[in-house]
Design a protein around this ligand. Sequence first.
Ligand code: C5P
Length: 229
Amino acid sequence: MPDDRLIVALDVPDALAGLALAEKLGDAVSFYKIGLGMLTGGGLALARELKDDHGKRIFLDMKLFDIGATVEAAVRGLSRFDLDFLTVHGDPQVVRAAVQGASGTGLRILAVTILTSLDRADLDANMIRVGDLADITVERAARALGAGAHGVIASPREAARIRALPEATGKLVVTPGVRPEGSALGDQKRVETPAAALHAGADHIVVGRPVWASPDPRAAADAILASIA
Ligand code: C5P
């Protein structure tokens, strides 16, 4: 039984490269994230193929943000693709519209709190209110869950505090910003190891570059799976 706590981000240029990677990973990985980088490269077709022909679960990471009516329409359209998870920004009005758009389907709406690539200086530049980044992330998570999100995306550094929120009972906590011991950070700033992220209360961890940019993606995935077994 493959361990679906590991979600591999297929941040490769197009569907062909994504399929080749998924074939290399084989049975080891049962859950894939397809993101904005593959929007023009056949990402939705790949999602369908991985789901229908390979039985994989799919997390479509679109991080939608717009007026409510537009978000609702976008989510309603995407919900026809039989996806498992979809991200929207964690602003309560966006979350409410997305949950409405997904109603009656199995699609789970995950709310992005604060990107794991951002630190306090970035929040200043983005005019996000003064205060501790972790506190703001946890408060954003509480508001998004209160607005009906089925789960949140957060750094493993904030996962334990989010897990402990009363609003988080029965909800999903999914953490990118995960790095196996010794692997390069890239642009990520708030990271933990796979085991630490799960220990902090994450239901799923999202790992991209440490797997897809590895010379041996299957060995990299197997090593992560062994570290959380
Ligand atoms: O390569 P890496 O493991 O850093 O990939 C992390 C993935 O998770 C990327 O696809 C990125 O878009 C996504 N992500 C993130 N931070 C968030 C939400 C999603 O890094 N808050």
